[in-house]
Design a protein around this ligand. Structure first.
Ligand SMILES: CC(C)(COP(=O)(O)OP(=O)(O)OC[C@H]1O[C@@H](n2cnc3c(N)ncnc32)[C@H](O)[C@@H]1OP(=O)(O)O)[C@@H](O)C(=O)NCCC(=O)NCCS
Length: 124
C-alpha cells in the first residue's frame, strides 16, 4: 500500500516512552497525535482558536510498532455553527523485508469548537 497523495498534517515517530511493557504503542499516544493533527486542520479552517469538545469515534485497525513512521491525515467533514468535525486517518510506514510498506492503522472523528478570546463558542 502507498501513502495517500494529499499532504500529511503530522508525521511522527513513536519513542520508547510511548510503549507498554509488551512493546506495543499505547492507543492513547496515537489518539493524542490524531487530536493534535485534527486541531491543526480545524484551526486552519476557522483561522482562530479551537478546542476539542469530543472524540466522536476512534478505531484502532492495526498496531503501531517502534520504528514505524506514523503519518496522520485530516479533512473537514462537517461544519456546524461553532463546531467543526475533522475526519482523521492514520497510516504507519514500516520496513517489511526490503520494502517500506504503508499500513492503515486507525480512523477517527474529532469535534472542535471555535472559541473567542474569552473562551466562548464563536460562529465559524
Ligand atoms: C467547548 C466548550 C467551550 C463548549 O461549550 P458549550 O457550553 O458546550 O457550548 P455549546 O453548547 O454552545 O456547544 C458548542 C458547539 O459544540 C457542540 N458540542 C458540544 N458538546 C458536544 C459533544 N459532546 N459532541 C459533539 N459536539 C458537541 C455543540 O453541538 C455546538 O455545536 P454548533 O455550534 O456547531 O451547533 C466547553 O464544553 C469546554 O470548554 N469544554 C472543554 C474543552 C477542553 O478543554 N478540551 C480539551 C480537553 S483537555
Amino acid at each position: 500500500m502507498q501513502l495517500p497523495k494529499e499532504h500529511t498534517v503530522l508525521r511522527i515517530v513513536p519513542a520508547a516512552s510511548d510503549v507498554n511493557a509488551a512493546g506495543d504503542i499505547f492507543g492513547g499516544w496515537l489518539m493524542s497525535q490524531a487530536d493534535i493533527a485534527g486541531s491543526i486542520v480545524a484551526a486552519r479552517h476557522t483561522k482562530g482558536r479551537v478546542v476539542t469538545v469530543a472524540v466522536n469515534d476512534f478505531h484502532f485497525i492495526s498496531p503501531v510498532f517502534i520504528g514505524d513512521v506514523v503519518s496522520i491525515y485530516g479533512e473537514v467533514e462537517k461544519i456546524g455553527t461553532t463546531s467543526i468535525v475533522i475526519a482523521i486517518t492514520v497510516y504507519s510506514e514500516r520496513k517489511l523485508q526490503k520494502n517500506i510498506e504503508a499500513i492503515y492503522v486507525a480512523i477517527g472523528h474529532f469535534t472542535y469548537v471555535h472559541l473567542d478570546k474569552s473562551g466562548k463558542p464563536l460562529a465559524i
